[in-house]
Design a protein around this ligand. Structure first.
Ligand SMILES: [Zn+2]
Length: 105
């Protein structure tokens, strides 16, 4: 999976920008609700799964902010890592071009 350049979340387009973590105070991602932008680390020396987990994390951050779930940050972190693992392990895909996504044997 490649990181898309935008997502539609709750009917609103959220831009996704790739940045160096040094430009994000050392974090692997952040979400700016006012600007509607998710920034994901583009560092060359990180585990290739980190940007994907960061994307799920920032999606949860976006939902948390918009719906006022008031989730504590450790819960957001746990949800992101576990949702990523379930989606990956089961090759879950809910789009329409199923031919590109083979189910788990
Ligand atoms: Zn966070």
């Amino acid at each position: 999976m490649t990181i898309p350049d935008h997502l539609k979340i709750g009917g609103r387009v959220v831009k996704i920008r790739r940045c160096f973590s040094v430009d994000m105070n050392g974090v692997s991602g952040n979400y700016n609700d006012w600007a509607g932008i998710i920034r994901i680390s583009n560092d060359a020396d990180i585990n290739p799964e980190e940007p994907k987990i960061a994307l799920i994390h920032e999606i949860v951050e976006c939902l948390n902010k918009r719906h006022e779930y008031n989730l504590e940050h450790p819960i957001i972190q746990g949800l992101a890592e576990n949702l990523y693992q379930v989606l990956k392990d089961n090759r879950l895909y809910f789009g329409e071009d199923e031919k590109d996504h083979e189910p788990v044997p």
